[in-house]
Design a protein around this ligand. Structure first.
Ligand code: ATP
Ligand code: MG
Length: 191
């Protein structure tokens, strides 16, 4: 077994454009005071859309992973921000997120990556893929009633739309406070 320090916490994600980060930041500024205070908001520079969370991978497997990711052939995806939601879907809210419009290329990219990761025997999340951008975490979780009004008000909110031309392999370094996400490699998507 690798000792701690010999593994890396990894995930695959789409990065956001600056206009999208700015729009989400603006949205946060308009949140009700109660929510502003109760939530641990993701800093603008850390906002992203997770495609797959890989968890801890032994360091010596990194080059094989990178090689496999290079073979993934997916097309550019549309990333159009829309509306807000929360996890879990029932009961007290733990995560507040921004949604994205349905996009076939986004789903395809997720699927192709799933196949590639399976070839490497990496475990995948069994949960259905709900593309989202985590905006804030609520600890302790917040009664849904505290959120419901604002979520309903924002149901028709639309943010900027971009064409995503690459996906990114990130290392996540957790410590005290805000996690550090370090881009290790970027992989182009076909035009
Ligand atoms: P923290 O855990 O300190 O709140 P974080 O969740 O942003 O920070 P990580 O736990 O390293 O940092 O997660 C990196 C990314 O992977 C985030 O987008 C997170 O939502 C996602 N992620 C983490 N764990 C899982 C999981 N078990 N299933 C699916 N996605 C996950
Ligand atoms: Mg986490």
């Amino acid at each position: 077994m690798p000792k701690s320090g010999e593994s890396m916490r990894l995930f695959l994600a789409f990065e956001l454009a600056d206009v999208q980060r700015a729009a989400l930041d603006q949205l946060r500024r308009n949140a009700p005071l109660r929510l502003k205070q109760a939530a641990r908001w993701v800093p603008k520079e850390n906002l992203h859309l997770t495609l797959h969370f890989l968890g801890d991978l032994p360091r010596e497997k990194l080059s094989e992973l990178k090689e496999t990711l290079r073979t993934v052939e997916a097309g550019c995806a549309n990333l159009a921000l829309r509306a807000l939601g929360r996890f879990p879907r029932r009961g007290k809210a733990r995560v507040l997120w921004a949604g994205v419009a349905e996009d076939e290329a986004l789903r395809d990219c997720h699927e192709q990556l799933a196949r590639a990761l399976t070839r490497l025997d990496l475990p995948l999340s069994a949960a259905p893929f709900t593309p989202h951008i985590t905006l804030a975490r609520l600890r302790p979780p917040l009664e849904y009633a505290e959120l419901a009004g604002w979520l309903a008000e924002q149901a028709s909110w639309r943010g900027p739309r971009t064409l995503v031309s690459h996906f990114t392999l990130f290392e996540s370094q957790l410590g005290v406070g805000v996690p550090r996400y370090i881009p290790l490699a970027r992989y182009p998507l076909a035009q």
